[in-house]
Design a protein around this ligand. Structure first.
Ligand code: PLP
Length: 402
């Protein structure tokens, strides 16, 4: 089925040995996720009803008060910032991303400034970065540095999981933020596995937590999860919905108008260009349920066995070494095979190996995190059964043919 689309339009498929990266079109979808997307596409529903069903599922799985489906974790960050700035203030929603006169500062520890913090700024927020990096050694960040940056224009504090060491950890950051009645927004996009991270940051007190739907969860690539406090999620929903509505017939008239929570429906908000379709919501819901129900230990064993196959099959190749690496103190982290090449002996720079693997048909995409060490990485997360042998054979041919 999928192959026929790629064949029909002459698009080369790849074996994805780099993990569910956005550039490589994310994960391979399970048959159940594909079925959910197809069957959601076969009928129409009100988008609010889809989001509410998804929100209940996300809340149940994460332990948060509420949940929402965003167009990826990065979109979740933008929407989180918009919710922290505007709350349930219609005029503020209408004004964004212009934040003149609004509380628009988001405090970020310097070690948490990444290419993704740009997504916060899309809302109009201004990042205020504090502290130092370089731990251990030149610098770290202290709670008092975060506290000193808080003022009456502060809208939120941001935390990026797994960024740099030496930063104020989440529970302590939350305690500080909540003393000033400020929400903490957490970028947890790529923190799965372990699956328990779905609950961890909420349990540690975070107010809004974003996950990618298209990475480890195995959902549609352009989907993400936002979990958090009900009022902030309500603000996200109000700024994300298509607001082509009549006041008297608006789906949420009882909730917001009859109770005088809002003076009327908002207009199309900041999130409208980041819309999420029924197919993504459906695919994400099924992917999330499957992820939670999966035997993660068995999956880890399957990943490890594939890497061992590659290791054994390359063991006798001169100039090639294979080491299976695991993050220290993280037994559930995804194992990765680091394949090192003796560039002098093989007379081939490692980048040429990367390019020649990709140039074959199917292309093979490998992880490029070890290039400095003249090595490529094999991340097994997206590998389909049998692809480990194709990869090993291709490397043998490549190296043997020099
Ligand atoms: C991948 C990633 C994102 C973006 O997630 P999308 O779902 O692709 O939008 C944000 N932050 C971090 C740390 C990531 O790794």
């Amino acid at each position: 089925m999928t192959a026929s689309f790629y064949e029909r339009y002459g698009i080369k498929t790849i074996i994805n040995a780099a993990g569910p990266m956005t550039k490589l079109s994310g994960h391979v979808l399970s048959p159940e996720v594909r079925e959910a997307m197809a069957s959601a596409g076969a009928a129409c529903a009100r988008i609010e009803d889809l989001q509410e069903a998804a929100g209940e599922l996300i809340a149940r799985v994460t332990g948060a008060e509420a949940g929402y489906v965003t167009a990826g974790a990065a979109a979740g960050l933008t929407m989180s910032a918009a919710a922290a700035i505007a709350g349930l203030d219609l005029a503020a929603m209408d004004q964004l991303p212009d934040t003149a006169g609004l509380r628009n500062e988001i405090i970020v520890q310097r070690g948490h400034v990444t290419a993704y913090s740009h997504a916060l700024r899309v809302s109009g927020a201004k990042l205020v970065d504090v502290g130092y990096v370089g731990y251990p050694g030149q610098g770290r960040t202290w709670p008092w540095q975060v506290e000193a940056a808080i003022n009456d224009r502060t809208a939120a504090i941001f935390y990026s999981v797994g960024a740099m060491p030496g930063m104020v950890e989440l529970p302590e950051l939350v305690a500080l933020a909540h003393r000033y009645d400020l929400p903490v927004i957490v970028d947890a996009a790529a923190t799965l596995p372990p699956a328990r991270n779905l609950q961890r940051f909420i349990a540690e007190g975070a107010d809004l937590v974003c996950f990618s739907g298209g990475k480890a969860l195995g959902g549609p690539q352009a989907s993400g999860i936002l979990a958090g406090r009900a009022e902030l999620i309500a603000s996200v929903a109000l700024q994300h919905q298509d607001m082509d509505v009549e006041t008297e017939t608006w789906t949420w008239r009882t909730r917001y108008l009859e109770n005088h929570v809002l003076p009327g429906p908002p207009h199309h908000g900041l999130g409208r260009p980041m819309k999420v379709g029924k197919e993504e919501i459906a695919g994400l819901m099924v992917a999330l349920e499957q992820y939670v129900e999966r035997d993660h230990q068995a999956e880890w064993q399957r990943w490890y066995a594939m890497l061992e196959t590659i290791q054994e099959s390359l063991a006798d190749l001169p100039g090639v070494t294979v080491e299976i690496r695991m993050k220290q103190n993280e037994p559930e982290a995804v194992p990765v095979a680091q394949i090192g090449f003796d560039e002098v002996l093989l007379e081939m720079p490692v980048v040429e190996i990367v390019n020649r693997l990709m140039d074959g048909d199917p292309g093979i995409a490998v992880s490029q995190g070890f290039l400095q060490e003249s090595a490529i990485g094999i991340n097994p997360m997206v590998l389909q059964p049998g692809q480990e042998e194709i990869i090993a054979n291709r490397i043998r041919t490549l190296v043997g043919s020099h």
